[in-house]
Design a protein around this ligand. Structure first.
Ligand SMILES: *Cc1c(COP(=O)(O)O)cnc(C)c1O
Length: 391
C-alpha cells in the first residue's frame, strides 16, 4: 500500500499481533492482567496506530514511559475501559491531569507520593498509583528505609489513593550473566511485599515481569505482566529464545517461532541509472564500480533511521532479491546495486524490514549489521511515517 506523499511507510500485521497475543496470553495464563508496553512510540510501531489495533485484539491495559506518551495513548484509545499506566516520568505538575484521566503512575519517591495526595485531595478523586520498589536495579524505586513513611501516608490518605499495584523491574533478565542478581531481586520483592502485607497494605496487582523475565523466570509473572518486545514478535535476545525452546520441546518440535514480526518497513525505487565501470557512486570514493552497473536510488537515509554505518554494508529487498547498499548512506537517500536483479524499474517495492518473495530482512539482521539491539532499530523508524494495518 503505497503512500503518494511519503518516501516510505510502515505496515502492521494484525494477524501476527493476534498470534503473538494468543501465544503470550496462553503462556502467562488467562487470569493474568496483560499490560501492553508501548513506550518509544510503541517500539516504533506508532502509538496512534498500535493502540486501536491492540484494542481490537482485546488489550485493555497499556504501559508508557512518560506523560506525553500517556496523553497520546489516551487520544488513540477507542475503548472506555482501557487503562493507561505511566512507568516513568511524570512531573508533579501533571499529576492532576493523570488523576482526572484515570491514568495510573509509578511512585518511586516520597515526593511524588506526597504530590499525588495533595492533588487527589484538591480534585476530590483518588490518585491511582503503583509502588515501584527498589530491589536491586538501583535506578528508580522506593528504598526500604522509606517503607514506614509510605505505609503511614497510605493509611492516612487511603481515601485519596488507590493502590493499583506494587511492582519492580529486573536488571537484565534476558541474560544468564545476571542470574544471581535477578534471583536476589525476586527474593527481595517477595520479602518486601509480605512486609507490606504484614503492615496492612495490599495492592490490586503485583507486577514485575517484562518479556525476558516472564519467558526466563515464570515465577515473576504473578498476577500481571508488562510485555513489550515479545508482543511485537521479537525475542528479547537469542539467549531467551534458546532457553525457551529448550524448556518447551513441543515448540521445538514444530520448528516454528511462536512469535511473529508485526512490523514491515517499505519504500520504492525512486530512480535507476547505468553507471559505467570504474566510476565512483555517490559522495566521495567509498564505492567504485567494477563493471557497468545498474544503480537504484531509494528515498531512505540516516534521517529515517537507516544508519550511515550501513554504508556499503546494508541490504534491501527489490523484486524478491537482495540488493546491497552501494556507497554512502545519505541523509535521505541510499543507492543500491541492482545489476544482477532483472528488470527493476522506478516505483518497484523496496523492503527494508519484512518479507518479499522468498527473502526476508529481519530486524535482527538489520541490527546485527550495526551491532544494535532490535529495540534500538525499531524505535528509530520515524514516527512521522504513515502506518497501515494489514491482515
Ligand atoms: C520497557 C519496560 C518493560 C517491557 O520490556 P520488554 O523487554 O520490552 O518486554 C517492562 N517494564 C518496564 C519498567 C519497562 O521499562
Amino acid at each position: 500500500m503505497k503512500e503518494p506523499f511519503y518516501p516510505s511507510y510502515v505496515e502492521l500485521s494484525k494477524s501476527s499481533f493476534q498470534q503473538n497475543i494468543s501465544f503470550l496470553r496462553d503462556y502467562v495464563g488467562e487470569d493474568v492482567l496483560f499490560s501492553s508496553v508501548i513506550k518509544g512510540n510503541a517500539y516504533g510501531h506508532g502509538i496512534k496506530y498500535f493502540v486501536p489495533l491492540a484494542e481490537e485484539c482485546g488489550i485493555r491495559h497499556f504501559s508508557v514511559f512518560s506523560s506525553d506518551e500517556a496523553r497520546e495513548a489516551c487520544r488513540a484509545s477507542t475503548q472506555e475501559d482501557t487503562h493507561i499506566m505511566i512507568m516513568g516520568m511524570i512531573n508533579n505538575g501533571v499529576i492532576a491531569w493523570a488523576i482526572e484521566r484515570d491514568v495510573s503512575f509509578f511512585v518511586f519517591e516520597l515526593d511524588r507520593l506526597r504530590a499525588a495526595v495533595k492533588e487527589a485531595k484538591r480534585i476530590g478523586k483518588p490518585a491511582r498509583i503503583h509502588l515501584h520498589l527498589e530491589t536491586g536495579m538501583n535506578r528508580l524505586g522506593l528504598d526500604s528505609d522509606t517503607f514506614e513513611n509510605i505505609v503511614q501516608l497510605l493509611k492516612e490518605n487511603h481515601e485519596h489513593l488507590r493502590l493499583d499495584g506494587i511492582c519492580t523491574h529486573y536488571a537484565g533478565a534476558e541474560s544468564v550473566g545476571n542470574y544471581v542478581r535477578v534471583q536476589e531481586q525476586i527474593e527481595r520483592f517477595r520479602e518486601y511485599t509480605s512486609w507490606f502485607e504484614d503492615h496492612g497494605i495490599e495492592a490490586e496487582h503485583y507486577h514485575t515481569a517484562c518479556s525476558a523475565s516472564a519467558l526466563n523466570y515464570p515465577e515473576t509473572i504473578m498476577d500481571m505482566v508488562r510485555i513489550g518486545i515479545a508482543q511485537y514478535g521479537f525475542w528479547p535476545n537469542r539467549e531467551t529464545y534458546m532457553n525457551f525452546v529448550k524448556r518447551h520441546p513441543d515448540i521445538n518440535k514444530k520448528h516454528r517461532d511462536p512469535l511473529n514480526r508485526v512490523i514491515s518497513w517499505k519504500s520504492e525505487v525512486m530512480s535507476t541509472k547505468m553507471v559505467p565501470a570504474g566510476e565512483f557512486v555517490g559522495y566521495g570514493n567509498t564505492y567504485l564500480t567494477s563493471r557497468d552497473q545498474q544503480i537504484a536510488t531509494v528515498p531512505i537515509g540516516y534521517a529515517h533511521g537507516f544508519g550511515r554505518n550501513l554504508t556499503n554494508v546494508g541490504i534491501v529487498l527489490i523484486n524478491g532479491e537482495r540488493a546491497p547498499v552501494a556507497g554512502l548512506v545519505n541523509m535521505n537517500l541510499l543507492t543500491v546495486d541492482i545489476t544482477d536483479i532483472p528488470a527493476v524499474t522506478k516505483g518497484d517495492e523496496v523492503v527494508i524490514i519484512g518479507v518479499q518473495g522468498e527473502q526476508e530482512m529481519t530486524v535482527a539482521s538489520f541490527s546485527e549489521m550495526r551491532n544494535f539491539m532490535n529495540y534500538e532499530v525499531l524505535v528509530q523508524i520515524p514516527s512521522t511515517l504513515p502506518r497501515h494495518i494489514v491482515s
